[in-house]
Design a protein around this ligand. Structure first.
Ligand code: OKP
Ligand code: ZN
Length: 348
């Protein structure tokens, strides 16, 4: 018997250009967790188990990015490294203070101020190749969207850096450009009527939520660590249900530290029912595997075989599906966990 569906992967080596050296985490600098090996290991596993074909991205113009991100922000991302090296030197750019409560929301002139204005944490460094890598990750996601538009049942955009924390004009959480949101908007612009984004990364996708918060053509459903305990802390609560025309089209399912697969699956079933009721033309899955029990970044207890079940449940939605890679930092298992979702989908 041949598998009913093969998931094609879109991948580019250019993600290696983004290689932040360190991040501020838990009160100290540590080697960055979001590193090139992550994508390399996922690719290696895909090739080892023989999923669908792996292909490179096709270039898309900047227009698609500007449908989601502001022109000033995109200009900042493109020029930040040059300005930083002129002002500071040949090491990663990081912000140090933010326009918090009571501060002016203005874009300053100096690179230090601009880094702060366009970011929300100090975990998300910019190096020489960050822009090109982030820009290429968008091409990877858009090429995945093209495959779906061309009639494929599913495609996997092996994006790096990830995207779901990036808002219209904010970087953070290792994210610069919101790959999933840009792909979603491109599908809508090409004629899809409605679209669901199912975010199963361990962290709340504050960027994706905020981009579509007041719209009813994109349903955002997210399972994640409860923001009372977990990053990004200021987004992802259950009472964030959408605004204006978007009221009712945002579903957050926060779960406490220590959540195991039975409880996760129960919340996932709730999210899936909402997606079914919505009836999207396409589902985009923000696929993070930092829900894994040994992920250094997460406090859920999912195990490698659970990801097969997740893929199979996603197949039950019966919709064309674009998988977009987000987080997952347990290098020893990232390949198996990501590929299990895709293999579970193929078998489901
Ligand atoms: C990116 B993605 C935890 C600090 C968290 C940033 C996490 C970014 C996660 N003590 N720092 O959603 O996987
Ligand atoms: Zn995450």
């Amino acid at each position: 018997m041949v598998p009913s569906i093969l998931v094609q992967t879109v991948y580019s080596d250019l993600h290696h250009l983004h290689r932040p050296s360190q991040e501020l985490i838990n009160g100290r600098f540590e080697p960055a967790h979001e590193r090139p090996e992550r994508a390399a290991l996922v690719l290696e596993r895909i090739e080892a188990v023989g999923l669908g074909a792996v292909r490179g991205p096709t270039p898309h113009d900047a227009e698609a990015i500007l449908r989601v991100h502001s022109p000033r922000y995109v200009e900042f991302l493109q020029t930040a490294w040059d300005e930083w090296t002129k002002a500071r030197g040949n090491w990663d750019a990081l912000p140090l203070s933010w326009p918090n409560r009571g501060f002016r929301q203005v874009e300053p002139d100096h690179i230090d101020g601009r880094l702060s204005y366009f970011s929300f944490d100090a975990a998300t460094a910019i190096n020489a190749g960050t822009w090109e890598a982030a820009r290429t990750a968008v091409d990877v996601a858009l090429t995945g969207a093209d495959l779906i538009r061309g009639g494929e049942t599913a495609a996997f955009a092996l994006c790096r850096p990830p995207g779901h924390h990036a808002a219209r004009d904010l970087l953070g959480g290792y994210c610069y450009l919101n790959n999933a949101a840009i792909a979603a908007q491109s599908l809508l612009d090409a004629g899809s009527g409605r679209l669901a984004i199912v975010d199963i990364d361990y962290h709340h996708g504050n960027g994706t939520q905020s981009i579509f918060y007041d719209r009813s053509d994109v349903l955002y459903v997210s399972l994640h660590g409860d923001p009372r305990q977990e990053y990004p802390f200021f987004s992802g609560y259950g009472d964030e249900t959408g605004a204006g025309a978007g009221e009712g089209f945002n579903l957050n399912l926060p779960l406490p530290w220590g959540t195991g697969f039975p409880e996760w699956e129960e919340a996932f079933a709730r999210g899936s029912r909402r997606v079914n009721d919505f009836g999207p033309d396409v589902v985009i899955v923000s696929l993070g595997v930092d829900t894994y029990k040994a992920c250094p970044m997460g406090h859920f207890l999912l195990d490698t075989p659970d990801y097969l079940a997740i893929g199979s449940t996603l197949a039950d939605l019966g919709r064309p599906m674009l998988f977009v890679l987000e987080g997952g930092y347990a290098l020893e298992a990232i390949g198996a966990n990501v590929v299990n979702v895709l293999a579970g989908f193929e078998g489901g």
